[in-house]
Design a binder for this molecule. Sequence first.
Ligand code: FAD
Length: 326
Amino acid sequence: MGNILVLIETAGDGAPKSTAAALLGAAATIGTPVAVAVTTPGQGGDLAAQLGPLGAAHVYLAESGTAAAELGTAQVGALADAVQEYSARIVLVSNTNDSRTVAGRLAIVAGGSVAADAVGVRYDEEGQEVIVQHSVFGGDFTTESTVEGGLMIVTVRPGSVDARAEAVVGPQVKTVAVSTAAAPGARIDYAADAPAQTGRPVLRGAQAVVSGGRGLGSKENFALVEQLADSLGAAVGASRAAVDSGYVPQSYQVGQTGVSVTPQLYVALGISGAIQHRAGMQTAKTIVAINKDEDAPIFEIADFGVVGDVFTVVPQLIDEINARRG
Ligand code: FAD
C-alpha cells in the first residue's frame, strides 16, 4: 500500500470542495491519502487544517501566485512534482470539468493513463493491482479496468464513493512553490462566479435530487418539482425533454448529455426513464418515481414507484413531509 495522491479542488474562499471527503475516503481504501492542493502563497494554512479531519495523512500545498490565471496548469505541475516527492503510482481526482482536464494533461506530463469516471477503486484478489470500477451503459453494467505500467490517474464520479477516511490529527504538511513551466496551458483573462439562483444544493454531488420531466407540462408547473426539492433539501434536476421544452436551463439536465449524479435519493417526477436519462442517475442509492403510466421504463429501476398524477401525488407528499417535520 503506497501513497495515493488526491487532487483537492478548492472553492472561491480557499476551502476544500465537498468532493474532497469521498476522494480521500477512496484513497484510504487502497493506500495512504496524500492531499495535493494549489493555494495562493501564504494562504494554505486553513486548507491544511481542514484536510486532516477528512483523512489526509499528508498535505502537499503547492503555492502559486498565478494559478488563478492559468487553467489547471498549476495543478498539473503540483501533481507531477508530488508524484516524485511521494513515489506515488496512483492519483485520484474528481470527475469534474476542471479535474478531468488536469487528469489528461498530467497523463502526458508524467507518463500515465487515465481511468475515467470511476465509481469505485479496490485491490485485486492478490492485493497487487488497483482495479477501477466504472458504471456503463446507463448503469446497467459495471466494468473494471486497470493500468499496466506508468502512473494511474483515476477520475472519480462525485457522489459515487461512500467510504470516508478516519480523521488524521496533525497531518504532515509540505509547502512548496509549484513549477508550471513544464505544462503550459490556457490563460484565464476573466472569471466570475455564476450568481447563485437559489439556496439549493448544487446538482453535481448533491445528496438528494428531485428531477422533473416533460410530464410537468409547463415551466410554471415545474415549480412543483422545486417545491418538493425544497421540502427535502434537495437539488433540482430535469430530463432533456424538460430542458428542450424550456422549463429549466440546460445546466439542470441529468443524463448522458447532462450531469451524472449519484445521490442517496433521486426522485423522478413525470420522467419516462429513457436510457439516456438513466445514464446519469441509475447509480443513485434510492430511486423514487412518480409517473401516471404504469409501463414507464423508470419503474424498472425504481426502488419505490407511485403510479399516479404528479399534480395529485406531489402536493400530498409535500404536505406529509412538512407535517412530519413539524
Ligand atoms: P417523455 O419521454 O415525454 O416522458 C414524460 C413522462 O411523463 C411519461 O412517462 C408520462 O407518462 C409522464 N407523465 C405525463 N404527465 C404526467 C403527470 N401528470 N403525472 C405523472 N406522470 C406524467 N434525456 C435526458 O433526460 N438526459 C440526457 O442527457 C439525454 N441525452 C440524450 C442524448 C441523445 C443522443 C439522445 C438521442 C437523447 C437524449 N435524451 C436525454 C433524451 C431521451 O431520449 C428522452 O427523450 C428524454 O429523457 C425524455 O424526457 P422525459 O422522460 O421528460 O419525457
